[in-house]
Write a protein that binds this ligand. Structure first.
Ligand code: ADP
Length: 323
């Protein structure tokens, strides 16, 4: 029987399990034997390969994280490690691998495909910084978790007339902070894509109070030069002049562990099903994502050569809506 494999790599994202389940069940339906590679590229090199049947993916669609485990494997950047990966794939007679992950993982997928091995990527990262997919698996759930935290902080901020800083994840990308800031009605948003200095944040907050707002909420992306800790330090150091007490909440990994939303479950199921169908048709070297609302494949060469940019219209929208 023909064999294909699936692995999850990099940061875990809610919906990865739905994607694995989809690969397994669609793969079996198309006549494949499906194997799971545990712990990302680290497990691939170490030969952590297990068979996956339809019952092995029962009850996982509603769980965050990934049943296969994920890992960061810096070693995979070396050709020696990738050649070892080829040996493991050959030993198990695996014909094709589906790689579920974000930017780094798809760069690894590209490197493997450059050695002639058939791979297909599935776009999955809460950061939403992957070229080739308007939105990636896990973003919606992470965004809803950030939003819930913002809504709750706003209640207490209004009651005490305090300013709150909330830091959300996203590596070097401000997407989550920007969208959570817009949806949560933040007074200011600080993201890596826009150089923001603490004085301008202070001006925004002061002007919000002068306009009669009872609360002030700043959403900060972890990758911004002035992240929550740096901003809080600055406000503390200049307290006499700025006269603001900023309370800091850092969401961190809490944002990743959520129960996948309906949107993420469906996105993951559909992208992974499409990837599996492409494998069956003999396609490879592409990333499956959502492009202008449709499921589409983008060559991995294009994915690794391009950077996904934030829509500047959203930045302007956030600025005007905070008035
Ligand atoms: P994500 O996929 O969520 O962006 P990382 O950036 O941590 O996560 O990347 C996950 C893994 O992908 C890395 O630990 C490494 O094994 C692999 N990877 C990243 N960059 C490369 C690269 N340039 N070449 C080969 N493999 C890479």
């Amino acid at each position: 029987m023909k064999r294909m494999a699936v692995l999850t790599s990099g940061g875990d994202a809610p919906g990865m399990n739905a994607a694995i389940r989809s690969v397994v069940r669609i793969g079996i339906d198309k006549g494949w034997e499906v194997l799971g590679i545990q712990h990302g590229y680290a497990g691939l090199i170490a030969d952590n390969v297990v068979p996956l049947g339809a019952r092995d993916v029962s009850g996982v669609i509603q769980q965050g994280g990934t049943l296969l485990g994920s890992a960061r494997c810096p070693e995979f950047k070396t050709e020696a490690a990738r050649l070892q990966a080829l040996r493991v794939l050959g030993k198990h007679e695996i014909e094709s691998v589906i790689i579920i992950g974000g930017n780094g993982s798809q760069t690894g997928a590209y490197a493997l495909s450059q050695l002639g091995f058939p791979v297909i990527g599935v776009a999955s990262t809460i950061d939403n910084d992957l070229y080739g997919s308007d939105i990636t698996i896990g973003v919606d759930t992470a965004l809803n978790i950030a939003l819930e935290a913002i809504d709750r902080l706003k209640v207490t901020a209004s009651s005490h007339e305090r300013a709150f800083l909330i830091e959300v994840m996203g590596h070097g990308c401000g997407y989550l902070a920007l969208m959570a800031g817009i949806a949560g009605g933040a007074e200011a948003i600080v993201i890596p894509e826009v150089e923001t200095d603490p004085e301008s944040v202070a001006t925004e907050l002061r002007s919000a109070y002068e306009r009669g707002k009872a609360h002030a909420l700043v959403v900060v992306a972890e990758g911004a030069r002035y992240n929550a800790a740096a901003l809080a330090r600055y406000f503390e150091e200049h307290h006499e002049r700025l006269c603001f007490d900023l309370r800091v909440t850092t969401l961190g990994h809490v944002q990743r562990g959520g129960v996948p939303s309906a949107y993420d479950r469906l996105l993951a199921t559909r992208l992974a099903a499409d990837a599996t169908e492409r494998v069956t048709r003999g396609e490879h070297g592409v990333l499956v994502g959502l492009v202008k609302g449709e499921i589409a494949a983008t060559p991995l060469t294009e994915v690794v050569a391009n950077k996904k940019l934030l829509d500047p219209r959203l930045l302007e929208l956030a600025r005007v809506l905070a008035k």
